[in-house]
Design a binder for this molecule. Structure first.
Ligand code: ATP
Ligand code: MG
Length: 258
């Protein structure tokens, strides 16, 4: 069963294709890795799916609650409410805010939350706030950062900020998570920890599509790899089928995979 289906997605910048006819499916309750050299179009694809960019052409469908929805031209806000959360390559926490406040902010765009009810009913506000607080605590514990709840984001290490950005995405309780290089620049032990968290999310019925450059990590946790090059899908398949493929190695400048 797919949860996400991209069909012939295209996006140009100043006449130069960044995503150039990309089609693929992501199966429900799996971990799929999107890999490819720098500039392949991976982040641009995420930006299209999550409503940060409009595609020039093509469609993206999201399957949830038995219905199929074209999400390719929805706003970021609407996409989040449907149950798709993302993280950013450059983290994007509010550095002058505490970890808790960063997480509480995310909860406000959660799916199913009825904003007008929240605005017009005081009891609803406090109940919603209480639930947001519980969720923030829960996911902070999940990523092992309970002790940092009152720290300013700017005082965290890089690895801790990566973990908070994951917790923030988890707080949205999405069905589908798009993670843009969740382990970039972290120490090996944090990478292992993040791998464990993603596997737990999959066990909890979540679907994960993540961008990653560390091929050892990808092979360890991904059910499927999609390789992009120059805006196109080069290969897809099980990790062991993909990593020794000569076309894939060639795309990585003919060197051994990173
Ligand atoms: N907003 C933009 N304006 C102009 N060009 C852009 C913009 N965003 C991306 N590009 C270009 O589109 C291409 C794809 O970029 P993208 O960031 O999607 O690649 P990527 O696969 O995520 O690379 P990396 O692994 O380095 O993060 C690049 O050539 C990039 O310079
Ligand atoms: Mg990128």
């Amino acid at each position: 069963m797919p949860i996400l289906e991209a069909q012939n997605m295209k996006k140009h910048f100043d006449g130069i294709p960044a995503v150039d006819g990309l089609s693929f499916e992501v199966e429900k309750e799996t971990i799929t890795a999107l890999v490819g050299p720098n500039g392949a179009g991976k982040t641009t694809f995420f930006n299209i799916i999550t409503g940060f960019l409009e595609p020039d052409s093509g469609e993206a469908f999201f399957y949830s609650n038995g219905s199929k929805r074209d999400i390719s031209r929805l706003s970021a806000h609407k996409v989040a409410r449907l149950g798709i959360a993302r993280t950013f390559q450059n983290i994007r926490l509010f550095s002058q805010m505490t970890v808790l406040d960063n997480l509480m902010l995310a909860s406000n765009s959660r799916k199913h939350e009825n904003l007008s009810a929240a605005l017009f009913s005081k009891s609803h506000v406090s109940r919603a706030e209480r639930e947001n607080l519980d969720r923030a605590n829960h996911y902070l514990e999940f990523v092992g950062l309970t002790g940092k709840i009152d720290s300013l984001a700017e005082n965290l290490s890089h690895g801790q900020r990566k973990l908070v950005s994951l917790a923030r995405a988890f707080c949205l309780e999405p069905d589908l998570l798009l993670l843009d290089e969740p382990t970039a620049g972290v120490f090996p032990e944090t990478r292992e920890k993040i791998g464990g968290l993603l596997e737990k999310m999959r066990e909890m019925g979540k679907t994960i599509l993540f961008i990653e450059h560390d091929m050892h990590f990808v092979v360890d946790i991904a059910d499927k790899i999609i390789v992009m090059n120059a805006g196109k899908k080069l290969r897809e398949g099980k990790p062991e089928e993909v990593i020794d493929d000569p076309a894939v190695i060639e795309a990585y400048l003919g060197k051994e995979l990173p």
